[in-house]
Design a protein around this ligand. Structure first.
Ligand code: PLP
Length: 396
C-alpha cells in the first residue's frame, strides 16, 4: 500500500518513552512532572452550571454556521473584552482547537512549499502540523540573558520569497516570555514591509504571574493582517470541550477576504460541535473562576521554585507567564541523561530541554500545574537526584 510521505513518521520510541512504558507495565510509581492536562490537576469545575448548559434542548438541533454560532461568537467577544482584547463577533471564527486553527490558517495562507516562520525555543507542535499541511517551517530565535529577547535579525534573515506568515507564541511555551511592546512593534513593522500575516498564539495570555508585566494582545498591533488564537483548552482549563477561536484583525480589505476564505474552509469541515457552542456563554462564565484558580496556582508554584531550589545546583529561568518552568541542571550531563536519571531514580518524568530547542546543555521543562504540595515534593525529588548523581562514584 502506498502512503503519503507526509505521514512517514519515525514511530520508534526513544529511551525516555521506553522507560516510561516499562515503569507503567511493571506498576512502578511514575510522577509526571510534565502533566499539562488541567482536568487531572485537582481544579474545581462548575459542573452544576456547565453540565445542564451542554444538555440544553437547543443542543439537540443541528443548524450549522461555518464561522460558528453567532451567540457563541458573541460569548467569545465578551470574554476577550473582559481580558482587554476587544474584537467584534463578526471577526471571530470558531474551531475545534487552536491546533485546528493553525491548520486552517496554514491552508488559508500557504501553497505547497510556502513557508511560515516559527519561534525557537518553542512548543514542538508546529513540526507535525506544518508537515501535514505541506508547509515549510523556518525558525527564528529568542536569546536568554536574565529574560528572553527576540532576535530581530533572525526574523529578517529567515524571510524568503516563499514566506507567508510569522507565528508568535505570546507568551511563549515553554519560556513563559511575553514579547515586549517594542518587539511587537518590530514584528508589525516587518509584517508591513514584507506584507506578511502575523499569527499570534495567545493561549497563555491570560496566565501572567503575579508581579510580572501583563502582555498586550497582538490584536492591536499595526500590521495588515493579524490572527490571534485562543480557546477553552487553556483559558478555561477545558481541552476536552474542543473549542478554540481565531480573531482576525488588521486592514479592512485583507481582513474581509481572510474571513470569507476561512468561512469556506470551516464550512468544508463544520468541526465544532453544537452542544459546546450552545453552552459557551455558561462555560466561559463558569470558566473564569477555573482560569483564575489556574493562574493563581501556576504563579504560586513558579514563585515557590526559587526558595525550594535555593542552595541547590538547580536554577530556574526567569519567566513571566504560562504553565511551565525551565530549570537548569549541572552541565556535566545532557538534558536527556538527566531526564533518564530522574526517571530511573525517583520515577520523576520531566521534558528534556531539547524537546523545545532550548539553547542549553542541561535544561529541563516542568509543569507548573500540579497542586502546591505535589509540586514541592517533585522539586525535592529533583534536588535529591541532583545531589545523588553529584556524589556518585564516577566509575560506577
Ligand atoms: C502554545 C500552544 N498553542 C496551542 C496549543 C494547543 O492548544 P489546543 O488544545 O487548543 O489545540 C498548545 C498546547 O499545549 C500550546 O502549548
Amino acid at each position: 500500500m502506498h502512503f503519503s510521505s507526509r505521514t512517514s513518521w519515525e514511530f520508534r520510541r526513544n529511551t525516555l518513552t521506553q522507560l516510561v512504558a516499562h515503569r507503567r507495565n511493571e506498576g512502578e510509581p511514575l510522577y509526571d512532572w510534565t502533566l499539562a492536562n488541567p482536568t487531572l490537576c485537582g481544579f474545581a469545575y462548575d459542573r452544576g452550571r456547565i453540565g445542564p448548559a451542554l444538555g440544553a434542548p437547543a443542543a439537540f438541533v443541528y443548524a450549522p454556521e461555518p464561522a460558528g454560532m453567532f451567540s457563541a461568537r458573541k460569548a467569545v467577544a465578551g470574554f476577550l473584552v473582559r481580558h482587554g482584547m476587544p474584537v467584534s463577533p463578526e471577526r471571530l471564527l470558531l474551531t475545534a482547537s487552536s491546533s485546528e486553527a493553525y491548520g486552517y490558517l496554514f491552508r488559508l495562507l500557504c501553497g505547497p512549499g510556502d513557508a511560515i516562520l516559527i519561534p525557537k525555543p518553542g512548543y514542538p507542535l508546529f513540526d507535525d502540523l506544518a508537515r501535514l499541511h505541506d508547509v515549510e517551517i523556518v525558525p527564528y530565535r529568542s536569546h536568554y540573558a536574565g529574560g528572553w529577547h527576540l532576535d530581530e535579525e533572525s526574523v529578517r534573515d529567515a524571510i524568503t520569497p516563499a514566506t507567508r506568515a510569522i507565528v508568535v507564541v505570546h507568551p511563549n511555551n515553554p519560556t513563559g516570555a511575553f514579547l515586549a511592546p517594542r518587539e511587537q512593534d518590530a514584528l508589525a513593522a516587518i509584517a508591513r514591509e514584507r506584507r506578511l500575516a502575523l499569527i499570534a498564539d495567545e493561549v497563555f495570555l491570560t496566565f501572567p504571574f503575579a508581579g510580572s508585566p501583563h502582555g498586550v494582545s497582538f490584536g492591536g498591533v499595526a500590521a495588515p493582517l493579524v490572527f490571534t488564537l485562543n480557546g477553552l483548552s487553556k483559558a478555561a482549563g477545558l481541552p476536552q470541550m474542543k473549542l478554540g477561536w481565531i480573531a482576525v484583525h488588521g486592514e479592512a480589505s485583507p481582513v474581509g477576504e481572510a474571513m470569507q476564505r476561512l468561512e469556506m474552509i470551516a464550512d468544508t469541515f463544520l468541526s465544532v460541535n453544537t452542544p459546546v457552542q450552545i453552552a459557551l456563554p455558561e462555560i466561559l462564565a463558569a470558566g473564569s473562576a477555573t482560569g483564575e484558580a489556574i493562574r493563581e496556582r501556576v504563579s504560586a508554584n513558579y514563585a515557590g521554585l526559587s526558595s525550594v531550589l535555593e542552595g541547590s545546583p538547580v536554577s530556574v529561568l526567569h519567566a513571566e507567564a504560562g504553565w511551565s518552568a525551565i530549570l537548569r541542571l549541572p552541565g556535566f550531563m545532557s538534558d536527556e541523561a538527566w531526564a533518564v536519571e530522574l526517571l530511573a531514580r525517583e520515577g520523576l518524568l520531566v521534558h528534556p530541554g531539547h524537546f523545545f530547542d532550548l539553547p542549553f546543555d542541561a535544561a529541563i521543562v516542568v509543569s507548573l500545574l500540579p497542586e502546591g504540595p505535589v509540586f514541592r515534593a517533585y522539586a525535592e525529588k529533583l534536588i535529591a537526584v541532583v545531589h545523588g548523581v553529584g556524589h556518585r562514584d564516577p566509575q560506577s
